[in-house]
Write a protein that binds this ligand. Sequence first.
Ligand code: MN
Length: 205
Amino acid sequence: MAYQLPPLPYPNNALEPYIDAATMEIHHDRHHKAYVDNLNKAVAGTPLESLELAALIGNLPGVPEGIRGPVRNNGGGHWNHSFFWEIIAPGKGGAPKGPLAEAIVSAFGDFESFKAKFEAAGLGRFGSGWVWLLASDGKLHIGSTANQDNPLMGKEISGVAGHPLLAVDVWEHAYYLKYQNKRADYLKAWWNVVDWDAVSARFQA
Ligand code: MN
């Protein structure tokens, strides 16, 4: 069974005005689809075809060297985008509650300080990549990865470790149509679509 592009859980225009419909359509239907297609091309005819995606990208050293690069980039791209669509949703935003809110205060002082630190990590990522809120032993920290790397790949490969709770895509394709070069504006607007219930559920799990 080849890897599959999951449908967007909401219509392309559902995240307006914060993320525009054209960006969502191109991001999901072309960029995410290309990661899935190129991943399938890379693993075609190998036993890797039947692995769970997390198991595949969680053991990159076990992937034959000839296809390791494409699996890292496209498998990471597939996983990261599948995750991204699930932690944003229409009519969300606001602030986290309960144990997640307490963990944020404990790690960062308060919610505003957390957001400022997360946005700074997004602005500090040169070129393309992702910013993550991660949990390790119940404690939260922020990490950033280049390209389509992610924490599942392990710290040696991606530079970050921990259980991913939240992530923002800072590739230009995620915001350029609406925000052009103003990544800071995109990051500020993006908080309005974060689904803290989904993030909390990942924290409790
Ligand atoms: Mn993207």
